[in-house]
Design a protein around this ligand. Structure first.
Ligand code: FAD
Length: 375
């Protein structure tokens, strides 16, 4: 295929998976062009993120773990509480990335983006593909064009690449929405804690540094048209009323509506092939789930680790290789999507609080234990 020439890959989308794949392939001597639709990369990153152990395992491979440990907050587990603050379940040592990595690290998304930053053409999208057996001719939104050995669609939930290659599955709403905002870290909060029940389905917080947490409230999805962005901080304060413990302190931080983010929970699992010819999809473009297990970015990172391993380990970048990639990922991704969606359904069904907490804890434990296996 390459006749001794350096191989070329186009990666569309500079989010978690696109950046990581760029680093992994460039390190192996592959020429990578990375295009990102957003003209302002930092803004695209938004809010806080929980990086579970299996995500940290990939990020260590990429070489950014030291930076993540420095910027973020390594936590020793997760707990589910009642709205009043009584612990229903706590898990201290669920280390999905192996015993030498923390259970999870919370950090601000822009910080992660900064660590992963790869040379990128901002404000650019691919507008057309023309494929033959050996490669893809790509036309870009600025009118330029170039031929690649492979194109990777890492353009997230509403992937245009997915549309362009004719994969028709679309993300579906799960009926839940989430309010998120940063707040100072209350003394004594050293793990992710989620209160189940009360006015919201979940009222949670995750340390993102020595000084900060990101706080979130999950409720039934609302019509965006009915929301006033200038009242976002008031909404978060009102929704958090009735949650005890450190929420008394956290809610006082919700004063700036611009610091509050509102998002829907969606679900998607593309069961059929994840490629057409030499265009292949990774991450949210082919699977997403409510972040009830905080595993979306972890699954996306594992996708690109496996794809990079196959691309750098084999000379033939053929149909079989891309079929093998999906076959290796699908069972594990399905496990996460189904468990995350199930937890969401229990929340929507409003099962009695204690029972729900125990069911969630059991499913969470089973799923996270399975993820200790290497991808
Ligand atoms: C509310 C919420 C909370 C979450 N919390 C967690 C968590 O705590 N832990 C966790 O592991 N996961 C979490 N996730 C999931 C996680 O955010 C995603 O799974 C992950 O970001 C997917 O990475 P990605 O690179 O595939 O897509 P994205 O990160 O969405 O990146 C896609 C990129 O492509 C760009 N793009 C889009 N269209 C085009 C185009 N046509 N051309 C070029 N570029 C384009 C976008 O601007 C973006 O930069 C959460 C998700 C949500 C919704």
């Amino acid at each position: 295929m390459t006749n001794g020439l350096t191989r070329t890959v186009l990666i569309i989308g500079g989010g978690t998976s696109g950046n990581t794949l760029t680093v992994l392939l460039r390190r192996a001597g592959i020429t990578v062009d990375l295009v990102e639709a957003s003209p302002d990369w930092k803004a695209a990153a938004g809010s806080g993120i929980t990086l579970q152990g299996n995500a940290l395992r990939v990020l260590r491979e990429v070489g950014v773990l030291d930076g993540i440990e420095k910027d973020g907050y390594a936590a020793d587990g997760v707990a589910i509480l009642t709205p009043g603050g009584t612990v229903i379940y706590a898990h201290d040592e669920l280390r999905t990335g192996g015993e030498d990595l923390p259970a999870h690290i919370g950090m601000q998304r822009p910080g992660l983006q900064q660590l992963l930053i790869a040379e990128v053409r901002l404000g650019t999208t691919a507008t057309a593909f023309e494929q033959d057996g050996d490669g893809v001719d790509v036309t870009f939104s600025d009118g330029s064009s170039r031929r690649y050995d492979l194109v990777v669609g890492a353009d997230g939930l509403h992937s245009a690449t997915r549309d362009m290659i004719g994969i028709t599955e679309r993300p579906e709403p799960t009926g839940m929405g989430i309010w998120r905002a940063p707040a100072p870290r209350p003394a004594g909060v050293s793990r992710t804690e989620m209160m189940y029940g009360g006015r919201c389905f979940i009222a949670g917080y995750c340390p993102t540094s020595e000084d900060t947490v990101y706080a979130y409230l999950v409720e039934r999805a609302r019509d965006r048209a009915s929301l006033d962005p200038d009242a976002y901080a008031d909404e978060m304060r009102a929704l958090s009323e009735g949650y005890g413990g450190v929420w008394e302190e956290i809610r006082t931080a919700f004063t700036d509506p611009k610091a509050v983010n509102y998002a829907y929970f969606d679900q998607l699992l593309v069961e059929g092939p994840w490629h057409r010819g030499r265009v292949v999809l990774v991450g949210d473009a082919v699977h997403c789930c409510p972040p009830t297990l905080a595993q979306g970015a972890a699954m996306s990172l594992e996708d690109v680790l496996v794809l990079a391993e196959l691309l750098t380990g084999h000379d033939d970048w053929d149909d079989q290789l891309l079929t093998d990639y999906r076959a290796r990922r699908l069972p594990r991704v399905r496990l996460v999507v189904e468990a995350s969606v199930q937890i969401g359904r229990w929340l929507l069904d409003r099962a009695p609080d204690q029972e729900r907490g125990k069911d969630v804890a059991a499913l969470m434990g089973r799923t996270m234990n399975a993820l200790k296996e290497l991808p």
